[in-house]
Design a protein. Structure first.
Length: 294
């Protein structure tokens, strides 16, 4: 813009000169300068303005990918594709589950060595869940020993999860093979199957399948959220606890030393019927006594 101004002054000799107009270039206002800047580099301004949106999109996308990966791990950690796809005992309790997870662990022992630790599970008077005792067993440490009084489990028995005595009800028992449990409530139905499968090297694959279906009510959705979170936290700890106890018990038995003064049992000799009895060894000859010859 141009700024017009009237000025008057005097020359060096003191004479006055008439007023004149000075033409001076003035700087444009700030708003006009900003508009010019936008006109000169519109792309750069757009990029700067959209950068926070791009960053948010990247964060949301990364969180979604992480959530999908975590969900997949949660539903099948430790299990193979075949184990996940296989039909297991107890699947008929929840026919169309909204949540189905199959997890597994390998234990150094035969199924017969694992079974006693399964049938004695349960809180508040039983051996515990081998997990976080301060959360699920009133702070009482889960047993590290096989409890003989808790080995006679039968259909209809309850493995408590609450102080009231409520919890998983035994649906089916196949000794050394499978144990099927369930919780039936107004909120929904949950099934939990523990399956033992021997391996070729004398070990055991312990599979745990949890299936859940709830009603579409606030209480039902809340129950589902609690069960899913509990499954993530508790199941891995429980399976690891069973593994630790079985392998520790086997190690203690292998390293057991007979008590002092108690002779170790001798191996039994298998003698078939009709065979000649074993000849007793002759007594040793006394020194200095001549041997008579006939």
């Amino acid at each position: 813009m141009l700024r017009m101004s009237l000025t008057s002054g005097s020359q060096l000799d003191g004479s006055h000169t008439p007023a004149r107009r000075d033409i001076v270039e003035a700087e444009p206002p700030c708003d006009l300068r900003l508009a010019a800047c936008h006109a000169q580099a519109p792309q750069e301004v757009t990029v700067c303005r959209d950068r926070p949106l791009v960053q948010r999109a990247i964060v949301v996308g990364a969180a979604a990918v992480a959530a999908v990966g975590l969900r997949r791990w949660q539903l099948r950690w430790g299990a193979s594709r075949d184990e996940v796809a296989r039909q297991l005992p107890g699947d008929d309790i929840v026919v169309a589950p909204q949540y189905s997870a199959t997890n597994a662990i390998t234990i150094g022992g035969a199924p017969g060595a694992v079974w006693p630790w399964l049938v004695q599970m349960g809180a508040y008077g039983r051996a515990g869940w081998y997990a976080f005792d301060h959360l699920d067993n009133a702070g009482v440490t889960s047993s590290w020993e096989i409890v003989p009084e808790l080995q006679n489990l039968k259909v209809g028995d309850v493995m408590a999860t609450d102080r009231s005595g409520e919890g998983f009800v035994v649906e089916a028992i196949d000794p050394t093979r499978s144990l099927v449990l369930s919780i039936r409530s107004a909120e929904g139905v949950t099934s939990s199957a523990l399956v033992l499968e021997p391996t070729s090297n004398g070990r055991t694959r312990l599979l745990l399948r949890l299936r859940l279906r709830v009603g579409r009510t606030p209480r039902g959705l809340g129950y589902r959220a609690i069960m899913e979170i509990g499954h993530v936290i508790m199941t891995r700890k429980t399976l690891s606890g069973i593994k630790a106890r079985v392998e520790r018990h086997a190690e203690l038995e292998a390293n057991a030393v007979p008590a002092e003064g108690v002779a170790a049992p001798l191996p039994e000799l298998n003698v078939e019927r009709g065979s000649r009895p074993l000849r007793q060894p002759r007594p040793a000859r006394r020194p200095g006594r001549p041997v008579s010859r006939r």
